[in-house]
Design a protein around this ligand. Sequence first.
Ligand SMILES: Cc1cc2nc3c(=O)[nH]c(=O)nc-3n(C[C@H](O)[C@H](O)[C@H](O)COP(=O)(O)OP(=O)(O)OC[C@H]3O[C@@H](n4cnc5c(N)ncnc54)[C@H](O)[C@@H]3O)c2cc1C
Length: 374
Amino acid sequence: MPKSLLLIGGGHSHVEVIRRWGLVPEPDVAVTLISPDRHTPYSGMLPGYIAGHYSHADCHIDLDAVCAQAGVTRIGASVGAVDFAARIARCSHAPDQPFDVLSIDTGSTPVLAPIPGAERHGIAVKPVAQFLEHWAQLREAAPTAPRPLQVVVVGAGAAGVEVVLAMQHRIAGDGGRAIFTLIGDGPTILGVHPRSVQQRFMNILQHQGISVRLDTAVERVAPGALLLRGGERLAFDEVIWVTGAAAPAWPRASGLQTDAAGFIAVDTHLQSLSHPGVFATGDIASMRDTPRPKSGVYAVRQGPPLTENLRRALRGEPLVEYHPQARALALISAGDRYAVASYGPFALSGAWVWRWKDRIDSAFMRRYRAAPEN
Ligand SMILES: Cc1cc2nc3c(=O)[nH]c(=O)nc-3n(C[C@H](O)[C@H](O)[C@H](O)COP(=O)(O)OP(=O)(O)OC[C@H]3O[C@@H](n4cnc5c(N)ncnc54)[C@H](O)[C@@H]3O)c2cc1C
């Protein structure tokens, strides 16, 4: 009887698991991926897609093609619960899926729940597919709008800064009219980056005419207006939420041990603290011993050790440890083909940094297009 390996979510770690499985298949193991969309976005290139530097295909991995090369079955559904006693995952619009070994790489979504009205008004940057549909409508509306559209991006971390600059670049290039505001609830933009990086981006945002509101907390959202702490009302035509990372409710509700925010608690083997044979990586995982910020870099790096541990778990062998790098290089794009590199206390910027980022990102994407190679 073949064993079943079930992968939930077509995130950055799982695409690498599937690619590696295709190169070296495991005998007598049936592998199934459950992920709702055929095309999974590569977030590193998303701002470049919004800005118009890349096509949809440039920055999306075709899960069906990657699965077909590896002999993996993809089910287009979302998992809403796991029954660990019965060892089955419960899906929307698909039959329950059994598993011997389970791996979860379903990412995160912006934090909206604490802000009344945020879920009803505006659009979150994730799930990315919905955001991109909305973005296409906004782009179409901007050139013919009777007055400049008021677009507010809430969240002044790297993703919020990249998104507002990319949108501004594209709309201006299309001849559209929009006034952009970036809101952050801390004292600076890009809170985890050095002052030199923050200052460079403050200059770029100012140069592009984007207003930045710091120490500004959104308390409530009404139709067409953000209600800010202190009582101010900020009118908007569009609000984009790029606020941190929130976990879905289902892992904790299914009985998995999570951290306080609801992310699945894992050990150095990327294995659940509460459920042996269950693994989690990427944003949905919380590494108990080596906590790191939610960033695609870690999801990518976890792919190889996760693959190894899934094989070992299926064979009943001891697992390998994964120790994340102490700090990660961030290449943050600035709308135009210009980027800033941030590493520890260091910053470098220029068109050449954008080309460097483009080479790294394009090489990553090629791995999931070309025929398997070692
Ligand atoms: C605009 C933007 C730019 C960014 N740029 C960078 C960057 O340059 N570098 C960087 O390191 N990080 C970047 N990030 C952060 C990065 O997006 C995340 O850290 C990364 O995507 C996490 O990868 P993941 O594998 O955990 O999940 P994801 O890449 O989010 O993939 C999750 C997958 O799971 C599927 N899924 C979700 N829920 C379910 C479910 N219930 N059942 C089944 N499938 C499900 C989704 O459809 C998706 O395919 C950026 C984020 C944003 C918003």
